[in-house]
Design a protein around this ligand. Sequence first.
Ligand SMILES: [Cu+2]
Length: 162
Amino acid sequence: MQKIHLSLAVLAASLFSAVAFAGDIQIEKATVRATAPGQETAMGDLHIVSKMAAKLVSVSSPAAQSVELHHMSTDNGMMTMREVKDIELPAGKTVDLGESGYHLMLMGLKSPIQAGKTVPFTITVQLANKKTVKMNVEAQVTPLIEIKEDMGDHEHMHMHHH
Ligand SMILES: [Cu+2]
């Protein structure tokens, strides 16, 4: 059964690009922000829902050396971010990473992320019953121009926290 679910996830990803299903987990609205040449990190976002309580435990992409899970918060007007081990997925509740203060952080980009392209991700979720589910999703790249200022801040914050 597991194998069938995985190939369905790949098929769904290629047909609808930003939507993937694996059993009772659904991922949609996966996005990555475009980057400027020379930029080594990029931010990603997605919506994910699991029927069973679960945790998003890891993400990888051939576009980056690693993908970290980050949480951003504001302390006394200062934006800070830190890497988290996992992200809780309450049963049946759609978790919008961005809205919850999380994002995916692509580290060590192999080449710039270009608007209009897609970036493949492998998302690993651990269910409450300890079963692990891997899913593939194609994230849509959103243009750099809209978020240029944010990117600058983000880079700045990274310099602080590394
Ligand atoms: Cu980050």
